[in-house]
Design a protein. Structure first.
Lengths: 310, 651
């Protein structure tokens, strides 16, 4: 302590202290009022960067979850359409088994062939299923009708169907560096070299209508068509299995994303939000100090030698 | 008898002392006031007889070392205050522009669009977000320019203040010397001068040297600005690299300064603000370049191009690109142009090696025409941009898709190979397909297809013999598929280039061909108007189909790629690093000024202990001199009565 204490020194010291305390009070009040501990980089530069990166990550995870939901809905619709296709093929299989009977006459076979025509039409419609304005079996060419009838017989019945869609499946980004196939290439589902669904039905129909075949030749042909139908059915079931697997993976991914998002949000809250209890205690502490300084200032500034000179 | 003069001297000294005490009390709160104290001495007559009391001198209390220390700390505080204020403005600007958040939202919308790449509403939203990113960059760049201009104006104001102060100090020098020559005590003038010198020290760090004639020599950067009654005005100047400097008004040499408001302003103008601007431009340019490169090498909903005109110009089409004033860099690398025959659908891949150290824009234009055999031609526009046009019946693109048929086929048989898919490897490569054995595809047992990369690494092996159905696609790594039609082969081979990056030279973004953004730096970045006119031109695809988002995937991946700070920081990290850098400076300046203020307060306390007025002390002194006057008066009364008594004897 200096040996002499001047009037100005006292004034300047108290003003400086009061200003410091007022500033700390204002900062605390702002922190409590806004609920934000960190609103500017200078408050804690390193934590501010971490806070903002976590905020960005939380927003990014929300977007990924949005895409997971969208992809899941589309895959479910694809699976639903493929289940319809499977029912069509199952019925065609039943017809093939029923028709492949020595007691079945030409009229009955014609009736079965008519039913197969109906199934073929259903299959054609299913292969061109749209969600909104997008074809779900056209790969990336979502705006192109994937299957077209390119040849008809004399009765106007389709004899050839061609794939016109995209050569790649569509993909959706569902996580960082991770995408999932959503809309398949129609050729992978309906017209693989190992099994052409349309051809299987057309060939079955044509055998049923072929009255020139003797029973043994018909039996052999029907056996071959049944084999093709089974191959086609396997392809559909395999595709359903693949998509179901993707759906399961997406469900698991969604849980992971939800957990990561929660962790990011918690980190954001921990870094950025005001600890109200701590802030209130500190506010009370500084208020006490502030009041004490005010009282002390007033007391010391009031008394001087002037009060004792008569 | 000497009694009367002695008594009178007491009254006279007492009155003078009361004046001095009164002045002290009156100025107890006056900044820069130095207390005074009369130094009393006994007066003697004839060398040994007492003649009363006199005031030898009126002392003005001061401590030059402390004063110098206070001024030095004051200069440091002024530096910190000036820098704090500016850094705080920059911090507010950065918080308001939120570039990191805008970029994050841009990538979020791009991620959403990957789920529905044909969705026009989402495409428009992406453009809106891109606009917001560009607007943020522009606001930040313009804001920094405004702050820079403000700093310059404030520097000029500070120098005007400095010149006014040095003039006033010089004037006071004259007055002080004059008063001293008249044996006067120029204490009030010295107080005034010291106050002005303190103000001067706030502007710039100074050296003050008291002179024998009572004047003060003031130096700035070792050069006198106040010498006796003269002041040497200073001015703001700029050196050859554009740095703001302080120099004498009649010369251009730089006066080195190390503290004070002006120093803080100069530091901001010359170092910190340019650093922030540079980082902002670096971020904007890298962001533009990366996004533009992805955009340029993808395909939009309208597919292939008949014409593309660059929107970034060179300043001379005849000089190598490295010297042609391009803001975005070009490096030695390849550019792949796919040329499609519209009538047959045949697509051919043409490559150009770009060397910016030797090739000019004119050269590049000629090379495009030559490499594509005139099916695609290029020319330099009057605005010195590159214009690329397809000949009639042809289209071109830069998506780097596979050619429609393998580039070299030596099957020695009737089987026809086909290679399809979208290459998703990390680097450009050349895939070689070798059939081991001879016979009929799908029939002859043991026929094997080997796939090797350009370094002969084996990538895949497939049976194409008896267990292979001709026409079936076989999977090769990285998204490529291969199929062989029915037919014969005799150890046949075929190959194709597979392109991950169709523009490894970076020439497409540098010239603004098919780009997402226009502009060259943060202050003029904007979304390419062609995209705003038609969102279908956002190149989300790599195969040209509405549902393909493979190019968007590459764009989305940029978000997490460390493309800045020597390939260590992502866009967001770099933007936030810059904010942290600013935040650190704000904090450092705040800490410095707080610490310096505490130090200054401590020094001022020490100085005040010497020069400050303590009213209580003055009151005690007041009573002391009150008593002196009272006792002097009493003494004179007694002397007067004694004289009266003596006079009675005479009467």
């Amino acid at each position: 302590m200096n040996s002499r204490v001047s009037t100005r020194l006292l004034t300047d010291t108290y003003i400086e202290r009061l200003q410091q305390q007022t500033r700390r009070l204002a900062e605390l009040q702002d922190s409590i009022g806004s609920g934000r501990r960190l609103s500017r980089p200078d408050q804690d530069p390193a934590s501010f960067v971490e806070l903002r990166l976590n905020e960005e990550q939380a927003a990014s995870l929300s977007t990924f979850r949005f895409n997971v939901t969208t992809a899941t809905a589309r895959l479910n619709q694809s699976v639903s359409a493929l289940q319809d296709v499977n029912l069509i093929l199952r019925r065609a299989n039943e017809i093939a088994l029923e028709a492949n009977n020595a007691s079945t006459d030409d009229n009955a076979r014609e009736a079965y062939a008519v039913e197969i025509d109906g199934l073929l039409n259903q299959l054609f419609i299913a292969s061109n299923t749209q969600i909104g304005d997008e074809y779900i079996f056209s790969g990336t060419a979502t705006n192109v009708r994937p299957f077209e009838i390119t040849a008809w017989d004399t009765e106007g019945r389709p004899t050839a169907i061609e794939y016109r869609g995209g050569s790649e499946p569509t993909r959706t980004v569902v996580a960082r560096d991770r995408s999932v196939d959503v809309y398949s290439r129609g050729s992978d589902v309906f017209q693989r070299s190992a099994g052409d669904l349309f051809r299987a039905l057309i060939d079955l129909r044509d055998v049923l209508r072929d009255t020139s075949l003797d029973p043994s030749s018909r039996a052999a042909a029907m056996g071959q068509r049944l084999q093709h139908l089974l191959q086609a059915q396997n392809i559909v079931l395999e595709t359903i299995g693949e998509k179901s697997g993707t759906l399961q993976a997406l469900e698991s991914l969604d849980n992971q994303l939800a957990n990561l998002k929660l962790a990011s949000e918690e980190r954001v809250a921990n870094l950025g939000n005001t600890d109200i209890v701590e802030a209130a205690v500190r506010l009370r502490e500084i208020e006490n100090l502030y009041e004490a300084t005010l009282g002390l200032t007033a007391r010391i500034m009031q008394t001087s030698f002037l009060d004792f000179i008569r | 008898m000497n009694a009367t003069p002695i008594g009178l001297s007491a009254l006279s000294v007492g009155q003078r002392a009361l004046d001095i005490i009164g002045q002290n009390v009156a100025n107890a709160a006056t900044p820069g006031y130095h207390r005074r104290r009369p130094h009393l001495v006994p007066l003697v007559y004839d060398g040994f007889r007492g003649a009363g009391v006199g005031i030898q001198r009126i002392a003005r209390y001061e401590d030059r070392m402390l004063r110098s220390a206070v001024m030095k700390v004051g200069s440091e505080i002024a530096t910190a205050e000036a820098r704090y204020e500016i850094e705080n403005q920059v911090q507010s600007l950065a918080s308001a522009t939120q570039i990191d958040q805008q970029m994050g939202q841009f990538f979020d919308v791009a991620t959403q669009l990957s789920g529905r790449p044909g969705d026009m509403a989402l495409r428009r939203t992406l453009l809106t977000k891109a606009n917001e990113v560009a607007a943020s960059f522009q606001r930040a760049a313009n804001g920094l320019d405004e702050i820079q201009a403000t700093v310059r104006r404030r520097s000029e104001d500070a120098v005007r203040d400095l010149n006014r102060l040095t003039q006033n100090i010089a004037d006071l020098n004259k007055e002080i010397v004059y008063v001293l020559s008249k044996r006067g005590e120029p204490h009030d003038l010295r107080d005034q001068q010291d106050a002005l010198i303190s103000q001067l020290a706030d502007i710039v760090d100074i050296t003050v040297l008291p002179q024998t004639d009572g004047s003060k020599l003031v130096l700035v950067g070792g050069s006198p600005v106040v010498l006796a009654g003269e002041s040497m005005p200073l001015k703001i100047d700029f050196d050859t690299s554009g740095r703001i400097i302080l120099s004498p008004s009649d010369t251009t040499f730089e006066l080195p300064i190390g503290n004070g408001r002006l120093y803080g302003l100069f530091q901001e103008f010359n170092e910190y603000l340019p650093t922030y601007s540079q980082r902002l431009d670096e971020l904007a340019q890298r962001f533009m370049q990366a996004i533009d490169q992805v955009q340029a090498t993808g395909l939009g909903l309208d597919g292939l191009y008949t014409q593309q005109t660059g929107i970034r110009a060179v300043n001379n089409a005849a000089v190598p690109l490295n010297s042609a004033g391009l803001a975005l860099p070009v490096q030695l690398g390849d550019l792949y142009i796919a040329v499609t025959d519209v009538s047959t659908g045949t697509r051919e891949l043409v490559s150009l090696t770009i060397d910016p150290s030797t090739q000019s824009l004119n050269t590049i234009a000629a090379m495009i025409g030559a490499a594509t055999s005139g099916r695609v031609t290029a020319s330099v526009t009057p605005g010195l941009t590159l214009d690329i046009q397809a000949a009639a019946g042809y289209r071109f693109d830069f998506a780097g898709r596979l050619p429609t048929s393998p580039e070299s086929i030596a099957m020695a048989g009737t089987s026809v190979p086909s290679i399809t898919g979208v290459y998703e490897g990390a680097a450009n490569d050349h895939y070689y397909f070798n059939i081991v054995g001879s016979g009929t595809i799908g029939v002859t047992p043991g026929l094997i297809l080997e796939v090797r990369d350009q370094y002969s690494n084996l990538l895949a092996t497939h049976s194409v013999g008896a267990d292979y159905t001709p026409g079936t696609e076989l999977t090769v790594p990285n998204g490529i598929r291969v199929a062989l039609s029915a037919g014969t082969t005799n150890n046949g081979t075929f190959s194709t280039r597979v392109i991950a990056h169709a523009d490894t030279a970076g020439i497409l973004p540098a010239l603004g061909i098919n780009s997402f953004f226009s502009g060259t730096r943060a202050s003029n970045i904007a979304v390419n108007p062609r995209l705003l006119d038609d969102p279908r031109r956002i190149n989300a695809s790599r195969d040209g189909q509405a549902g393909d988002a493979r190019n968007l995937e590459r764009l989305i991946a940029l978000r997490h790629q460390p493309l800045l700070d020597s390939q260590t920081r992502t866009f967001s990290q770099f933007a936030l690093d810059t904010q942290a850098l600013i935040g650190n400076e704000v904090r450092a300046m705040d800490d410095l000024r707080t610490a310096s203020k505490s130090l200054k307060l401590a020094l001022e306390q020490q100085e005040q202990a010497i020069i400050g007025v303590d009213v209580n002390e003055e009151m005690v002194r007041l009573l002391e001199f009150q008593r002196l006057i009272e006792s002097g008066s009493k003494y004179l009364m007694v002397v007067n009565r004694a004289m009266d008594a003596i006079m009675e004897i005479i009467r």
